[in-house]
Structure formats: structure tokens, C-alpha cells
Ligand binder design. Structure first.
Ligand code: ZN
Ligand code: ZN
Length: 134
């Protein structure tokens, strides 16, 4: 991975700040039901980076198992969801697009779990390739 100027981001209250020192591996829009429940949003964009590239520079994340193979994290003060990690992709971690300081830096290029989109979102088509599952 080529080092780049750090990508910065953090939670709503400012208690958690992070930096990412390499270009993301991918950028996705997730339509799965667990991301909906975790964030309260109707879809969740993620940037995927190597686990070692994510540096928490301020505050601490609270982590929880959101399913047997997965761990999510959030700011314990304001609740902003920050990361998703899955044991099948143990060397990678997903970071919420919405917590990036520049949400336009790495536009999503792929939709995942598109089969789980709510019915009212069926007409929402950002013209990106789409997979029914991961
Ligand atoms: Zn916060
Ligand atoms: Zn998801």
C-alpha cells in the first residue's frame, strides 16, 4: 500500500478522531439489515482499509460483537458508528463513510447486500454495480 496524506475523520461529538494512512482498498454502499439497525440509517457507505492503517488519534472506541463473526465500534459518548470488522476479512476493517471529514474523497463503487434493500429504496439507483450479498 502506498502511503498517502492521512485521511481524517471522527465522531459527531469530536471525542473520537482517527487517521488512515493508505488509500482505501474499496468503497461500498451496504444495504444489509444489520447496518441499518447499527446506525439507524437506511444504507451505510463504508471504506475498507487494512486494519493496521487505521490509527485512533483521540479517544477510545467501544466495541461489541454484532454477530458471531463480527465486531462493530462506536463513540461511547455520542454513538457515532465508526468501524466494522469481520473474521472472514481479518486483515481489513471497514470505516463509516459518514465519519470521514471529506465524504467525497472515496466515492462508493459497489453496492453490497442489495437484495436486502427496503422496498421504498428499490427506486434508488446510484448506477453502481450491485451484489445481492457480500
Ligand atoms: Zn463522539
Ligand atoms: Zn452492512
Amino acid at each position: 500500500m502506498e502511503p498517502i496524506a492521512p485521511i481524517t475523520g471522527g465522531c459527531l461529538c469530536g471525542g473520537v478522531r482517527y487517521e488512515i494512512g493508505v488509500a482505501p482498498l474499496q468503497s461500498t454502499l451496504c444495504h444489509c439489515s444489520m447496518c441499518r439497525k447499527a446506525t439507524g440509517g437506511v444504507l451505510v457507505p463504508w471504506v475498507t482499509v487494512p486494519v493496521t492503517a487505521l490509527l485512533i488519534v483521540k479517544g477510545d472506541l467501544r466495541r461489541y460483537k454484532s454477530s458471531a463473526p463480527a465486531v462493530r465500534s462506536f463513540c461511547p459518548d455520542c454513538g457515532t458508528q465508526i468501524t466494522f470488522w469481520h473474521e472472514a476479512r481479518a486483515g481489513e476493517i471497514d470505516v463509516t463513510h459518514g465519519s470521514l471529514d471529506d465524504p467525497d474523497a472515496f466515492p462508493p463503487t459497489l453496492q453490497i447486500f442489495a437484495a436486502s434493500r427496503p422496498k421504498f429504496m428499490k427506486g434508488f439507483d446510484p448506477a453502481l454495480p450491485s451484489r445481492d450479498e457480500y
